[in-house]
Structures are given as C-alpha cells and as structure tokens.
Ligand binder design. Structure first.
Ligand SMILES: [Zn+2]
Length: 161
C-alpha cells in the first residue's frame, strides 16, 4: 500500500495508512506532543450535515473528503477546534510518529450525526450518534470526559435545548 501523500493541505508529514480500527486511518510521520496543532482542514460550508461534515457553528457544517480518513475513537488521540471556516486538528495526547493513529470522537463533531454507527474501538461497542444522543441517554460520565475538548457550540446548544 502506498501512503497517500499530503492528505491535509498544510501538513506533508501526515499520511494515510492501514488502521487497526477500520480500513484506513490518519497517521503522522513524526511524533506530536499533546496540545500541539496537527493540521488544518478546509472544505465546503453546508447547511446540512452528512457523513463527511463537522459542525462549525449552530447552523453550518464543513464538508471535507479528508474526514473519511479520520476514524472515530471513544478515547481519541485528537480533537477538533474551529477557526473561522476551517477545522483544526489538535493532539489530545502525545502521538507517536508512524504508529499511533490520529483519531477523534465523532460525538464531538456533530450535535446529531447524519450517519450513526457502532464504534469499533471498544470491546462493548458504543452507539455513536452525536453529542445530542449522549445527552438523551444520560451518558454523564462520557459527557464529563469529553466536555473539556468538545466543540463549544455543541455544549452551548445542549444547555439551551
Ligand atoms: Zn468505542
């Protein structure tokens, strides 16, 4: 398998490789320290969510093909933040180059996911449906754990709803 180069516009050190979770995933050639910026994703701003979107504010979603390669993990190595109309990937923990997959928690990417799925990272798979589903099913421990890095507009909306 030839790694796909330059998966992200800003970072040539990122590559797509075989994932232990699902198909292919995103990796870094060099190690990244916790808290560091991994890369930035641009895309098309849309009014509705689909399986390739990240919610960038209350009513808008950024669609990018690269999101296909960022796998979900209930204990992710990275989280996303939004800077104007781009998505920034940040390391949540130290990521070892070539071996640690860069993953995010999809429950933190959309209030309500367009395509819901069972996770492949846990022995007892979790149903991944978005931030709203965690609220509706009273998964307080999960919410407490992710609230420090969940997108602020998801947390805010949860308080309003
Ligand atoms: Zn899981």
């Amino acid at each position: 398998m030839t790694p796909k180069e330059n998966a992200y516009e800003t970072s040539s050190w990122l590559f797509i490789g075989p994932s232990k979770i699902n198909g292919f995933g995103l990796f870094s050639r060099s190690s990244i320290l916790s808290g560091a910026v991994i890369g930035q994703l641009g895309g098309i701003v849309m009014r509705t969510a689909n399986k390739r979107t990240i919610q960038i504010d209350h009513h808008r979603h950024l669609c990018s093909d690269h999101i296909d390669f960022v796998n979900h993990n209930c204990h992710p190595s990275a989280y996303i933040s939004v800077v104007s109309e781009a998505i920034v990937l940040n390391a949540l923990e130290d990521i070892v180059g070539e071996s640690d997959e860069i993953t995010i928690d999809y429950n933190c990417s959309e209030y309500s996911l367009a395509e819901r799925f069972m996770c492949r990272c846990c022995q007892n798979p979790n149903y991944v449906a978005g931030y709203e589903y965690l609220l509706q099913t009273y998964q307080r421990d999960y919410l407490r754990r992710i609230n420090r890095f969940a997108l602020p507009h998801l947390v805010q909306r949860a308080r309003v709803d």
